[in-house]
Design a protein around this ligand. Structure first.
Ligand SMILES: *Cc1c(COP(=O)(O)O)cnc(C)c1O
Length: 401
């Protein structure tokens, strides 16, 4: 019998070490639960960074995959297929945007959003060629391509990977005055996460997103929201921007768009923006393939049919209420919206990793983010009974010496 140590050895020996995972070797997942190769069961409280909002191996999505595998997987966009149009229609009906552009990974969709915003800047706003600027926020996370890491504020993400792509002025997140000061006649867009996930579930001051939207309207600038992690129900709204009644010009989604079956991402916008892209100007061999389209439709249907947005809101509030009652022995701050919750530990404790390890021993999988923060983000299908099992364990660990 091959045990965890064997698989860990294989990964360490033959794979690049670009992650530092918890040493749990998962071989099966169902709903909110995963099982390791030794047969230990855990509650998944990370949901693959919110790609698993619908839970592991959702039966409806799985069936859609199986049915489509019997028919057709890939045509490339050189030809049409009988699924992509349905996917577009579903996305449009559900999100209210007139069009979408499908890609695979989140980073690709962000790259696509950048290209679309720049094109809009030149064709519609009349910015001189190669001068377009997209303002981004400190602490952002938008992916790992060379252009995207050009505007990260994380030293580790960009060190030794230059030279970088210019055109991305950076401002303090949540500071509307800083944003106003950074705008000039070459500003094509502002790109933000409505809540910064990787930066530790950082929620901007109330009214900020609304102010950003107004600033964009006043100055003829596109508001581009990266909702790859916060979107599709995670924060208790379909999109986190909606908490402030904001409708960005461009919304970027990924992760849960596939319910964890396959990388699927998309850029959402109206025709006045996405309609600017003409044949040959952008593409992807796998983007919009019939298997992905089928999975995407099923994943979106599950979000609707199982009221995952509402469940996220209710369960999230329930969790937050409980967590806030825990004595602040180790806790510096607790914040969250829906089932997107960050517990920031006191920095003198030297990091959240050992709390994550302790939770693992007790059957709960979480991952530390930014050293001191535990992100609690279980699949949105989680029920009260499971949360009631989890909370006392969390409490115990958050009170340990
Ligand atoms: C995960 C994530 C990305 C990148 O998505 P990948 O699929 O890993 O390329 C971009 N933006 C945000 C906010 C994310 O959480």
């Amino acid at each position: 019998m091959q045990n965890s140590d064997y698989f860990i050895h294989l990964e360490e020996e033959y794979g690049a070490h670009n992650y530092h995972p918890l040493d749990v070797v998962i071989s099966k997942g169902e709903g909110v639960w995963v099982t390791d190769v030794e047969g230990n069961k855990y509650l998944d409280c990370l949901s693959a960074y919110s790609a698993l909002n619908q839970g592991h191996n959702h039966p409806k999505i799985k069936q859609a995959v199986i049915d489509q595998l019997d028919r057709l997987t890939l045509t490339s966009r050189a030809f049409r297929n009988d699924k992509l149009g349905l996917f577009y229609k579903k996305l449009s009906d559900m999100t209210g945007y007139e069009m979408s552009l499908p890609m695979n990974s989140g980073a690709e969709a962000v790259e696509t959003g950048i290209k679309v915003a720049r094109k809009w800047g030149y064709l519609v706003k009349g910015i001189p060629q190669n001068k377009a600027e997209i303002i981004v926020a400190e602490g952002n996370f938008h992916g790992r391509t060379t252009t995207i890491i050009s505007f990260t504020s994380e030293e580790d993400y960009k060190k030794d990977f230059g030279p970088f792509t210019p055109g991305f002025p950076m401002v303090k997140y949540g500071d509307i005055d800083a944003l106003r000061d950074a705008i000039n006649e070459n500003t094509a867009a502002i790109m933000l996460e409505p809540i910064q996930g990787e930066n530790g579930i950082l929620i901007p001051p109330k009214g900020y997103l609304k102010d950003v939207e107004a600033l964009c309207r006043e100055n003829n600038i596109l508001f581009m929201a990266d909702e790859i992690q916060t979107g599709l129900g995670r924060t208790g709204a379909l999109f986190a921007s909606q908490h402030e009644g904001v409708r960005p010009d461009i919304t970027i989604i990924g992760k849960a768009l596939s319910g964890g079956f396959y990388p699927i991402s998309a850029v959402l916008a109206d025709k006045s923006i996405l309609g600017l892209i003409e044949p040959g100007q952008h593409g992807s061999t796998f983007g919009g393939n019939p298997l992905a389209a089928t999975i995407g439709i099923a994943a979106l249907e599950v979000i609707e049919e199982e009221n995952l947005v509402e469940n996220s809101k209710i369960m999230g509030e329930y969790m937050l209420d409980y967590l806030e009652e825990i004595p602040k022995k180790n806790i510096k701050d607790i914040r969250g919206k829906g089932l997107f919750i960050g517990v920031e530990l006191k920095h003198e404790l030297g990091g959240a990793r050992r709390f994550a390890e302790e939770l693992k021993k007790r059957g709960i999988l979480v991952k530390e983010t930014h050293t001191h923060i535990l992100r609690l983000a279980p699949p949105l299908i989680i029920d009260k009974e499971t949360i009631d099992w989890m909370l006392p364990i969390l409490r115990e660990v958050l009170l340990m010496d």
